[in-house]
Ligand binder design. Structure first.
Ligand SMILES: Nc1ncnc2c1ncn2[C@@H]1O[C@H](COP(=O)(O)OP(=O)(O)O)[C@@H](O)[C@H]1O
Ligand SMILES: O=P(O)(O)OC[C@H]1O[C@@](CO)(OP(=O)(O)O)[C@@H](O)[C@@H]1O
Length: 457
């Protein structure tokens, strides 16, 4: 290797760039060596685009967090603007089981034994009925992403799913598999499951646990993890401590895989607070001039609350938000980490400065008469912050402005972004940039979802 060709990571870059020479200076001179014929590369070029309709097929034994992950993906993808729906085979099985108040035989462990051929055939039929509903919704009701929530634990089942979806060329299938062998995690998951799943309603806790263990043992006998040859997948091992992905490109690699890597089910609160809206923001109301002591009030509240726990603070890059975040950090420099990001800045609106009335309600894609940002643009820049929030195992505090704060809240509460705007939509929305400053606390609920609490500063 000559000095001009030296590899950038091995110290050649500085010398090369001093002379203004590109590392790829020889491009066009060196001959390409038939790479277009390499099979995996041609497959790569076919898969780069987003498919029109995406089907995420959950895979995993019971109590591996499939429904939890499916619900999270639903919140995230809906919030990102995709028309998304979860189709759960367990719910369909129960609704077909008949007996309203009595436990159906279709909920007992023996129903999930693959050597019970009658039950097995019934389970396959139930799964295909649900898949058909999913496909009908995607194709006839213009859905974008369908999430198929079942164990899909054998290769034969997955092949059947892929074949049925393959009848519709606008669809593509990606498996989302959750693998977990850690006994402590499984034990905790099983306890959650028997207390929350309708399959165990009316049973005492210990008998329910025994039955679930038997159900899982039945699945263990026939479980086959997804293999590369089966197609595109994301695998999450032990609560996202390891992620593997195959054939994921486009929207999958840009957002879905990072989201799967971020999520976990640790118990830590997320706090959101917003400075009063400026006059030209769509959320503007004649708010009192409270901004000046916002930072000290926030810091004092935090200090009173839990000075012992670590806190990751994300603020916008507006001066008052930066000041507030720094004031918090000054109270406990060892516990608080700061990130300032323009992703949390107010909605960019290009309004006429002479018009002082509050702008009218806008739709997700409206940019207003003079362009600027739509709510959809805002959501797209907030995505990066949302991934940081989901990934954090420390408490998180977001110091932002009315519109981004309300858009973030929409994710946590599964509300359409446009329905979260405007202070009159709910007390929680009002608390985000009210005349009296407040912090909205979002606490994760066991098994999914977030509980809201308003703290007035
Ligand atoms: N990635 C994961 N790996 C293992 N367990 C998880 C994961 N994510 C969530 N859990 C936990 O698993 C428990 C059971 O989840 P659930 O979604 O009902 O399982 P499944 O649908 O696979 O039967 C929940 O308490 C949830 O917190
Ligand atoms: O047919 P398979 O793929 O096994 O999956 C469907 C079954 O998965 C289960 C496994 O326990 O899902 P869930 O835990 O979501 O209720 C059953 O309820 C449901 O009948």
């Amino acid at each position: 290797m000559t000095s001009r060709q030296a590899h950038p990571e091995k110290g050649g870059l500085a010398r090369a760039s001093e002379k203004g020479i590109s590392y790829y200076e020889t491009a066009g001179i060196v001959e390409r060596v038939g790479l277009k014929d390499v099979e995996c590369l041609s497959q790569r070029s076919l898969l780069t685009h987003n498919s029109k309709k995406l089907i995420l097929v959950m895979v995993g034994m019971p109590a591996r967090g499939k429904s939890f992950i499916a619900a999270k993906l639903y919140s995230f993808l809906s919030w990102s603007g995709y028309k998304t729906r979860v189709f759960n085979v367990g719910a369909h099985r129960r609704s077909r089981g008949g007996e309203e108040n009595k436990r159906s035989a279709h909920s007992e462990a023996s129903f999930f034994d693959s050597s019970n051929l009658e039950a097995k055939a019934r389970r396959e039929a139930l799964a295909m009925e649900v898949l058909d509903s999913l496909l009908a919704w995607l194709l006839e009701e213009e859905g974008d992403i369908g999430i198929f929530d079942a164990t899909n634990s054998t290769r034969a089942r997955r092949r059947a799913v892929v074949e049925r979806c393959g009848e519709h060329p606008s669809t593509s299938v990606v498996f989302v598999e959750s693998l977990c062998d850690d006994l402590a995690i499984l034990d905790a998951n099983m306890r959650t499951k028997v207390t929350s799943s309708p399959d165990f309603r009316g049973m005492d806790f210990e008998s329910a646990l025994v039955d679930l263990r038997k159900r899982i043992a039945n699945y263990e006998k026939s479980y086959e993890p997804v293999q590369d040859v089966e197609g595109a997948y994301v695998k999450m091992h032990d609560f996202s401590s390891k992620i593997t992905a195959n054939l994921c490109f486009g929207r999958m690699s840009k957002t879905v895989v990072p989201f799967c890597a971020a999520i976990h089910s640790d118990d830590r609160p997320v706090f959101v607070t917003a400075l009063a809206p400026r006059q030209h923001e769509p959320e503007f109301v004649a708010a009192a001039d409270v901004d000046v002591d916002f930072g000290p009030r926030l810091a004092e509240w935090w200090w009173r609350r839990r000075p012992d726990s670590r806190l990751s603070v994300y603020s916008s890059t507006m001066p008052l938000a930066i000041d507030a975040a720094k004031t918090i950090q000054s109270t406990a420099p060892d516990l608080v980490t700061l990130t300032h990001t323009s992703a949390l800045n107010p909605l960019l609106v290009c309004a006429d400065p002479n018009v002082t009335s509050a702008p009218k309600r806008r739709d997700l894609h409206d940019r207003g008469p003079d362009s600027g940002e739509s709510y959809a643009d805002l959501v797209s820049r907030l995505e990066t912050v949302l991934l940081d929030i989901e990934a954090s195992v420390d408490s998180v505090l977001i110091v932002t402005h009315a519109t981004p704060a309300r858009a973030l809240r929409a994710y946590f509460k599964n509300i359409r972004v446009i329905d979260c705007m405007g202070p009159s939509t709910s007390p929680e929305t009002k608390a985000l940039a009210d005349a009296v400053p407040a912090v909205l606390e979002l606490g994760p609920k066991v098994g999914g979802g977030w509980l809201e609490t308003i703290h007035v500063l």
